[in-house]
Design a protein around this ligand. Sequence first.
Ligand code: NAD
Length: 483
Amino acid sequence: MLNTDIESFSNFIDGAWVAEDERMDAINPASGQVIGNLPRSSRETARLAIAAAKKAQPGWAATSVWKRAEMCVAIAASIDRNRQKIARTLSQEQGKPLSEAVGEVGKAADGFRLAAELVKQLGGETLPAEDPSKLVITIRQPRGVYAIVTPWNFPVNIPVEYLGPCVATGNAAVWVPAPTTSMAAVELMRAIEEAGLPRGVVNLVMGEGPVVGDEIVSHPDVNGIGFTGSPATGQRIAERGAGKPMMLELGGNGPVIVFEDADLDAAASAVAGGAFYNAGQVCAATGRVLAHRSIVEPLAKRLVELTAAQILGDPLQQGTTMGPLNNPKVVAKIHEHVDDAVAKGATVLAGGKARPDLGSDLFYEPTVLTGVTRDMRINREETFGPIIPILEFGDDEEALDLALDSEHGLSVGVFTENLGRALRFGEAIPAGIVNVNESSTYWELHLPFGGAPGTKSGIGRLGGRLTLEAMTELKMISITRRR
Ligand code: NAD
């Protein structure tokens, strides 16, 4: 029987909400219930959105920088006005506690404000030339139409990391959100529409990544790609979008390294925060802990205490600190990784099991594992769940070797009071970010973020002016003086 209370959503193309025949369900991960009805769009629909973006982009690029910046500020204000509504949908559909969702939406507004500030400073330069008759300048121009494909873990903030700079620099966008968080995407799109962005500048197309995502990244009228998601999809997009400029923000398995001289209370609280925030579904999460043999026991004791303080439950309930995981694929991987670790000799100190009694099969207890070794999947692969696997090392060389022995290189934490050691590890570890005496998750919107070369964590740098530069093309103009 059709539940008429369930809202039916449409794509946003060329400034209008457009219906799509094929449909898919939006599910509340805390209850398993259907909470919305979404378009499962076709390639043809994605092409209509690309055409709308292509038509709108020249006019938007011709709009003055100050007017585009004003529009970004207006969008930020609209997101702020709708903050509670967007956050509620985000929490209900993604599974994160409402307080985290409110924080995420606030960051999305900040992202548009930051793009507005920075675009006013985005200039070229005047360069000296060997030929005395020449005056050489460089200018930055938008690339045209951007394909933006985003994941479900931060479904409001991550899109804005691309959309803010994209709108500010005079590009147009077709945005494909993750299917499991498309209602949150609609709420963000509504806020952008409410601010009065000209039609066609940002278009939202919902559906399956391999269909609509693939269409937008491979289409010849799309001039650039912004993608955040898994390394496997990033690889596919790199192939399908070959030749286009692209930012690929992919997975991580960030270790936090805790040395024997570390402040253990600070280290434990950073590790728990980095592993449990958003139920561990964070690319820069603390995926594993490398701890000096002499402090494993006291560190693990503190971590078990912090784990016990987590309140797993309904994300909309006040007091909940951890909600369900977002979808069954994530939970299946957590089970596989924990089972593999236990079969190979790891010990479960806390958690270690699903909690279907809380409302759905997607609840998994925050977990601490000791006795984790190099060969275990939980050490080698990104788990993306609320798990703290602890590996031991005997000296600095072994710690470095363990840190280097990874396919990922996104974000790392190092806890030590020894500045020389902190610098040595900061410089030696292949990662985009090394945070000393801080969680692996620390980052701010204006700071560089991205994967190290030669790893599976991506290419390019997001953050502040870097994203604006990445979304614009540098053009050299030479002017010949008449004598
Ligand atoms: P995913 O790669 O499965 O999906 C990401 C997006 O890509 C979704 O919108 C999906 O629909 C789309 N997609 C899937 N197949 C596609 C295809 N063939 N062509 C085009 N688009 C396609 O990733 P996920 O499970 O949604 O997200 C989790 C992953 O994202 C983790 O690996 C995590 O580390 C990573 N992540 C990275 C960052 C970062 O900034 N580095 C941030 C958040 C998440």
